[in-house]
Ligand binder design. Structure first.
Ligand code: ADP
Length: 319
């Protein structure tokens, strides 16, 4: 392998830049040439591809977003689109590709490998919803963003003795909501992986109120429903003064935490190693703090799960 490409695809996450840097520098360290593909699979099809040198990835390790930009690309879901992407790669003599992104991007990577083009996936998403890794790049930063926001909301919730419903991201996964809820002592955490009923949420709120608790934080994962709708229902049923905050895209930005920078560096470098070793169709990940890799197909066939003990603990600690 003499020449590889790297792209970021799907939703961005803090730490993607650190991963790009790791791919580029690790490859150059081993004597390979690296090409950066802009706008994810869309840039692959349109040929928006440029050679990257060591200096091109300088001063980005601490920046959120992605230097290579990202996009969603419907055309890549068609066989013709994917064939055009492979043609572009072949024309430039690129022999392997590192795809940094979420599960959708991994499905694209799997399809490229099916076409005989060696591709390795690096999990980058704030949702932490990719089976095959304990953490995805960006989750820790987003978690800390959510915690900082809730800390601030808690101050005003206490001053005004209000109930706050906070909607957090995570697509169909409850990790961000669960971790943030545990870290912030939320009274109730509503996530897609666990059954809930509104009656018990109301009861919990009333019980807290009756024992003198004047404010409450309820975290709702976006995969369960809309924060404003939860807020309305709670207001109607309990008559408590209720406010809603939808944290939105602030959760996707910001300087990556130390954890995410280190994770991105380790996983990005491992992806290059795998290409050099002739591997393909694999994803890199972290398990018990060891860098691992497994077939993308296998990882995507598994169901992402939350740590149920953590959920039970969150309930025990918020009695
Ligand atoms: P994420 O990678 O963050 O989960 P998406 O689900 O939007 O984001 O996927 C990113 C891109 O990956 C899509 O726009 C598309 O180009 C590609 N992709 C997703 N699913 C498939 C698929 N089944 N086959 C081929 N490409 C896909």
């Amino acid at each position: 392998m003499k020449r590889i490409g790297v792209l970021t695809s799907g939703g961005d996450s803090p730490g993607m830049n650190a991963a790009i840097r790791a791919v580029v520098r690790k490859a150059i360290f081993h004597g390979l040439e690296v090409y950066g593909v802009k706008y994810g699979y869309a840039g692959l099809i349109s040929g928006d591809i440029e050679k990257l040198e060591i200096g091109d990835v300088g001063d980005i390790i601490h920046r959120g977003g992605t230097k290579l930009y990202t996009a969603r690309c419907e055309e890549f879901k068609t066989p013709e689109g994917r064939q055009e992407a492979v043609n572009q790669l072949n024309a430039l003599g690129i022999e392997g590709l590192v795809v940094i992104g979420g599960d959708g991007s991994f499905r694209g990577a799997e399809k490229l490998t099916d076409l005989g083009f060696p591709t390795i996936g690096v999990p980058g998403t704030i949702d932490n919803d990719i089976p095959g890794t304990d953490y995805t790049i960006g989750f820790d930063t987003a978690l800390n963003t959510v915690i900082n926001a809730i800390d601030k909301i808690r101050d005003t919730a206490t001053s005004h003795e209000r109930t706050y419903v906070i909607e957090v991201m995570g697509r169909n996964a409850g990790d961000l909501a669960l971790w943030a809820g545990l870290a912030d002592g939320a009274e109730t955490i509503v996530i897609p992986e666990e059954q809930y009923d509104m009656e018990s949420i109301f009861k919990r709120l009333k019980r807290g109120h009756d024992r003198g608790k004047k404010h409450s934080i309820i975290i709702v994962a976006e995969g369960v429903g809309s924060g404003p709708e939860f807020g309305e229902k709670i207001k109607e049923a309990t008559n408590l003064e209720t406010r809603v905050t939808v944290l939105g895209h602030i959760q996707r930005g910001g300087s990556p935490t130390g954890f995410d920078r280190v994770l991105a560096s380790r996983l990005g470098a491992k992806a290059v190693e795998l290409l050099i070793d002739g591997e393909q169709g694999r994803m890199v990940g972290i398990r018990n703090n060891k860098v691992i890799h497994k077939a993308i197909t296998e990882a995507l066939s598994e169901k992402h799960e939350i740590d149920r003990d953590m959920y039970v603990l969150s309930q025990e600690l918020s009695i």
